[in-house]
Design a protein around this ligand. Structure first.
Ligand code: PMT
Length: 407
């Protein structure tokens, strides 16, 4: 089965339990269930009491074609100890929408209704799609719960920014059903199983003195999305990251660096075993020529800092490519096509992911990106504005195709 952007569904015959909790986004659960069914999944829904205030079980029963569980003590419809059976039976457990309450309960081991007991009992991959008020989302208690669950191996589909039902605007709107279903379908894809992929992410920091440095606006979101998605598709991922505020993706080898020279050293150290390298990091091309051991004091004079070239990591990789697949990124503000195509050829890349960082929703910091892929043979592929996760998966689709061709 093929979805809208041409990706094969891996959800056929998978059992997906959809837990629906009490938020206005509950109505979107109906579309998620309908899409999952269309992808060939066997879907079972569990609704909390709160969810039933927003959506009727009948809607989900009709769409899923299966009984909906609404209470811990209702007559079992299919299994003996129902919450254990459903927990065992699930390939994926999706909670959409996931309120701050359900996330808080699971993070703190509370199992006081059917949904929480089943989540606690399952060994399936559990994916939360949070939806809530922006201030609740940013609340440090909530964020700590999310961090804790991520460390424990739970997955999160980030909410997006937008106008919220509560009247606020900001991050907290549940990801669109289409994107949630796409995430799950990639989740079960294992086309990169056993492939060694090295990804660089984030900015580098080039110190001037103990308190100052030169850096850029990269947050690491694009590179971390690549690392997460590659890992979910079965790759052995090494992520070499400059300083960011992001949580380390789970189940990958993570290497922290600060400067371009450190990144160069780690990349070359880990190069040998890699099949694929994706360089999404925003590496500083220059560093201060001299590092001052003490804080530079201000005077009445102007100050000049001489800069010297940093190693061109991608250039080095191109020269030592072997039969690896090498993917670069290009952050451009003008002449995107010309500049990107030049880099593909000069650096001996299979393709480059070019983003015009002046465009709204593209490049640094945001949760979305709009990129064009330029290939060594001069062809190009324009992608629409998508979440960084979706962009990451489409880049990995290209990598997967190139790997198949080189088999
Ligand atoms: O991190 P985010 O906030 O999510 O933002 C994402 C992003 C904008 C950083 C990302 O999409 C992106 O464009 N990354 C590449 C940024 C960049 O440094 O582009 P560039 O055109 O200057 O460099 C071209 C390529 O050479 C890149 O693959 C870069 O990693 C590499 N490079 C650059 C300099 C250098 N000394 N060594 C390198 O390897």
């Amino acid at each position: 089965m093929v979805n809208k952007i041409g990706v094969f569904s891996m959800l056929e015959n998978k059992t997906i339990v959809v837990g629906v909790t009490g938020g206005i986004a509950a109505y979107k659960a109906a579309e998620i269930v309908s899409r999952l069914k269309k992808m060939g999944a066997d879907v079972y829904c569990v609704m909390t009491e709160g969810a039933q205030a927003f959506l009727t079980p009948l809607t989900l029963r009709t769409l899923s074609g299966n009984p909906v569980i609404t209470s811990m003590f209702q007559e079992p419809v299919k299994w003996n100890v129902e919450h254990i059976a459903l927990a065992d039976y699930a390939d994926i457990f999706l909670i959409a929408p996931a309120t701050a309450n359900i996330i808080g309960k699971i993070a703190n081991g509370i199992a006081d209704d059917f949904l929480t007991t089943t989540i606690m009992a399952t060994k399936a991959k559990v994916v939360f799609a949070p939806a809530m008020n922006v201030n609740m989302y940013n609340n440090p208690v909530f964020q700590e719960n999310v961090s804790k669950l991520k460390k424990l191996g739970y997955y999160f589909i980030e909410p997006v920014e937008g106008n919220l039902a509560c009247g606020y605007a900001g991050k907290g709107k549940m990801a669109e059903p289409e994107n949630i279903v796409q995430y799950l379908s990639k989740f079960e894809k294992d086309d990169l199983k056993g492939v060694n992929i090295l990804i660089t992410a984030g900015p580098t920091r080039e110190p001037i003195d103990p308190v100052r440095y030169i850096t850029n606006r990269s947050t690491g979101k694009m590179g971390y999305a690549l690392a997460r998605c590659a890992q979910q598709r079965g790759a052995n991922v090494t992520l070499i990251s400059g300083p960011t505020n992001l949580d380390k993706p789970q189940n990958i080898e993570f290497i922290q660096v600060q400067t371009a020279r450190e990144m160069f050293n780690e990349v070359t150290k880990h190069l040998e075993k890699q099949n694929v390298i994706i360089k999404s990091a925003a590496v500083a091309d220059y560093r201060p020529q001299n590092y001052n051991n003490y804080k530079i004091k201000k005077t009445d004079e102007d100050l000049q800092i001489n800069l010297e070239r940093n190693p061109d990591i991608l250039g080095y990789l191109g020269k030592n490519k072997g039969n690896r697949i090498l993917v670069g990124f290009a952050a451009e503000t003008n002449d995107l096509k010309e500049n990107a195509q030049k880099k593909v050829n000069k650096k001996n890349l299979d393709f480059i992911v070019a983003n015009d960082v002046t465009q709204k929703g593209a490049g640094f910091g945001c949760d979305t990106n709009k990129v064009t892929l330029f290939y060594a043979d001069g062809s190009q592929k324009d992608l629409p504005l998508l979440s960084k996760n979706e962009v990451a998966n489409l880049i990995l689709d290209e990598v997967s195709m190139l790997l198949k061709r080189s088999d």
